[in-house]
Design a protein around this ligand. Structure first.
Ligand SMILES: NC(=O)C1=CN([C@@H]2O[C@H](COP(=O)(O)OP(=O)(O)OC[C@H]3O[C@@H](n4cnc5c(N)ncnc54)[C@H](O)[C@@H]3O)[C@@H](O)[C@H]2O)C=CC1
Ligand SMILES: O=P(O)(O)OC[C@H]1O[C@](O)(CO)[C@@H](O)[C@@H]1O
Length: 386
């Protein structure tokens, strides 16, 4: 069995790659990082270390790599032969890989009638649907129906904290023990990939929203509020009383929105929240606030982890989401010269002001009630820290 996985980064090697190996796939990683690709081809294996009190190591074997810049034809050939295609490249890169994926699928149709599923494993709602939309932009009208019939793009939710790595061995990855990979069964074409660790569901929406608006919403608090308070790591930020108050508050607000939208059981949802906060405090993982806070413009998007639960909360309760608004305010104060989006956000604030910037990046109506709520929290935050 052959898997082609785009993105040999933290989640690619540390999560998807390890489950594919355990399900007896040979995985070809496709990446633009030549050093990683060369090492994968040289070693043909790498270690995944579980960051826990008793650390276990899994050696992931049967792997190789292709540099998609220097060897696009090899990627096309790999897609022709693949039994599954997965991605973990980041939401902004899905459009970038779409043309190569389309070329691979087109070539495959010349010799195979076997359906194929392409699963985007990204922190976003509708990742595979976006990839499908972008792939279809490279397909002719005549090809459209065949592509649509033969190739499934099931959406997915993936959850495992894999921080930036700093091992002597370039390929080694430390990961938290916990993981969840939920895939939309109804969009599968042909046989359902048999991979232990995947939970197939008929409606992904409650799962992806629960994950994105709890794990990822929660994580923004130690990232942005933590950075604002001067912390470098998530662990240090999580030990701060203000961060703890805001994270609990923000997850109570997003929780209320989720519970009312999907009729989740309150007690079970609270247990889910408590477990997540415990995961953020895992002392065996050192995660940087700048990794979790990367891409602040994307994270202030209308469907993303802050704006969407905040507007959902306002819609269902009629109340102002105080703690989510505080966190959004902290994003507006996020400075990081090494993060393109952070630099762009600060430039926008300098040129257009806070209010206009938040309105533009979140795509909220100009008179949306959330905007003054965020502005109020921003003022309070600035007054507190002088
Ligand atoms: N790290 C984590 O804990 C989690 C990450 N995710 C999601 O997984 C995705 C990847 O995140 P990470 O693995 O953390 O990032 P990463 O930066 O470690 O990995 C991304 C990889 O994609 C590669 N890449 C960039 N452009 C490419 C292209 N054109 N073709 C092929 N490969 C390309 C990069 O070189 C890199 O190796 C993101 O969507 C993220 O939100 C989801 C759950 C957990
Ligand atoms: O990967 P993104 O979307 O940039 O956001 C970082 C977030 O994703 C994770 O890496 C995994 O869910 C979290 O650690 C963090 O909340």
């Amino acid at each position: 069995m052959l898997a082609v996985h785009f993105g040999a980064g933290n989640i690619g090697r540390g999560f998807i790659g390890s489950l594919l190996y355990q399900a007896n796939y040979h995985t070809i990683f496709v990446d633009v990082n030549d050093e990683v690709i060369q090492k994968l081809n040289e070693k043909q294996q790498y270690n995944v270390r579980l960051a826990a009190e008793t650390s276990k190591t899994l050696t992931v074997k049967n792997v190789s790599g292709i540099n998609s810049i220097s060897n696009p034809n090899k990627v096309i050939q790999a897609i022709v032969e693949a039994d599954i295609v997965t991605t973990a490249v980041g939401p902004n890169i899905l459009p970038v890989i779409s043309e190569l994926v389309a070329e691979g699928l087109r070539e495959r149709l010349k010799s195979s009638k076997k359906p194929l599923n392409i699963i985007a494993c990204e922190n976003m709602i509708g990742g595979s649907s976006l990839l499908k939309e972008k792939v279809m932009e490279h397909v002719t009208k005549e090809e459209f129906i065949t592509f649509d019939t033969m190739f499934g793009f099931p959406n997915a939710a993936v959850d495992r904290i894999v921080p930036n790595q700093s091992h002597h061995d370039l390929l080694e990855v430390s990961v938290e023990p916990y993981y969840e990979w939920v895939v939309e069964e109804t969009a599968i074409k042909g046989e359902k990939p048999s991979i232990e660790g995947i939970t197939y569901v008929s409606d992904l929406t409650p799962y992806i929203e629960r994950k994105l608006f709890t794990v990822n919403t929660g994580h923004t608090v130690p990232a942005y509020v933590g950075r604002y308070l001067g912390y470098t790591t998530i662990n240090d930020a999580m030990n701060d009383k203000t961060v703890q108050e805001i994270i609990r508050g923000a997850l109570t607000e997003s929780g209320e929105a989720l519970i009312q939208a999907y009729q989740f059981d309150r007690e079970k949802h609270q247990a889910y929240v408590d477990k997540i906060i415990e995961r953020f405090m895992n002392p065996y993982i050192s995660d940087e606030v700048t990794r979790v806070g990367r891409g602040p413009i994307r994270k202030l998007g209308p469907q993303d982890r802050l704006i969407r639960p905040a507007t959902m909360y306002m819609d269902v309760t009629g109340k102002a989401p105080r703690y989510l608004a505080k966190t959004i305010a902290a994003v507006l104060e996020y400075h990081n010269e090494t993060d393109e989006e952070a630099v762009k956000l600060q430039q926008m604030i300098t040129n257009k002001g806070y209010e206009k910037t938040v309105q533009l990046v979140s795509e909220l109506d100009v008179d949306h009630r959330l905007i003054p709520v965020v502005m109020k929290q921003l003022e309070e935050m600035k007054a507190l820290t002088g």
